[in-house]
Design a protein around this ligand. Structure first.
Ligand SMILES: [Zn+2]
Length: 287
């Protein structure tokens, strides 16, 4: 794209008009967020968990869904059972990411059901795609973004975990690209949403990280300079940008617009100084 300022202006108008907002509800004590625009796609189910309704205690209280925290594995398994009952997800059919803050996206299907909790984990990957209604894609989060991608035409889906490194590496665009490669998705058909994560006001970074974003996304003002403070990065803007670059239409993207750090019912790695649990994003094709 030409960097004569026109593109930037148009982009900022699109970003200002972006569909924002999430619906929150409790099901049997388990808090679940959904994105209204994504929920309108018939035949799919998605959501993002909150802290309540589980069996974990202390900093993990109570629905910790992360196996990478120093917590009793049985508690996390029980939390997954509780979560699956609340969200009406078949317990045996989940496939979990095995994140490394990279940009690898893997295609999975029913042969991978149980990986990451009942069986060996997948090889390292931050993103998953499938067209198999027998599996539920799961990614883990505690400030990092979730990219939810649904193609209602080819009936396939993608879900990714994206911290700042993944966002910088454009894993959101990579998910869309994988859907095209594997299932013939036209990016213009796609609905995409970005899950609860650390917001632009809270995501303070060092100069080196700020420079990486400025270099990787030179056409957009994703680095926010604050007088007398460290720079901030608008990861939501970066997410939106890479989805547009991948061919997704602006009006088909939405933001949950929920900040993990400012929302007590959510875990936040940064706010809780690492003494915290993990939340799950989930996405599946209904059978
Ligand atoms: Zn915030």
């Amino acid at each position: 794209m030409a960097n004569d300022g026109t593109d930037t202006t148009e982009f900022l108008m699109q970003y200002a008009r972006l569909s924002r907002g999430a619906k929150f509800r409790y099901v049997n004590g388990v808090g679940l967020y959904t994105a209204p625009q994504l929920a309108r796609a018939a035949g799919f189910d998605h959501g993002f968990t909150a802290r309540s309704g589980g069996v974990s205690i202390g900093g993990f209280s109570s629905l910790n869904l992360s196996f990478t925290r120093p917590e009793n594995r049985d508690n996390v398994m029980e939390n997954y059972r509780i979560f699956c009952r609340a969200a009406e997800i078949p317990f045996d059919g989940m496939v979990m990411d095995n994140y490394e803050h990279g940009t690898t996206v893997r295609r999975v299907d029913r042969a991978d059901a149980g990986r990451g909790y009942l069986r060996d984990p997948l090889p390292l990957c931050d993103g998953l795609v499938t067209n198999d209604p027998a599996v539920t894609l799961i990614t883990g989060h505690a400030d990092c973004m979730a990219f939810f991608v649904v193609d209602p035409v080819r009936r396939c889906i993608g879900l990714a975990h994206a911290g700042w490194r993944g966002a910088l590496g454009r894993i959101g665009a990579r998910v869309v690209g994988m859907l095209t490669e594997e299932f013939g998705t036209n990016p213009a058909d796609v609905l995409a949403a970005v899950g609860p994560s650390i917001c632009p006001d809270c995501f303070e970074v060092g100069q080196n990280v700020a420079k990486e974003f400025a270099d990787a996304f030179p056409e957009i003002p994703c680095v926010l300079e604050r007088a007398g403070a460290r720079p901030h990065v608008d990861l939501w803007m970066v997410a939106f940008r890479q989805l547009l670059e991948a061919g997704v239409l602006a009006e088909r993207v939405s933001l949950f617009d929920v900040c993990t750090m400012e929302t007590p019912r959510l875990y936040s790695h940064r706010r809780d100084h690492g003494n915290t649990g993990g939340m799950a994003a989930y996405l599946r094709i209904l059978p």
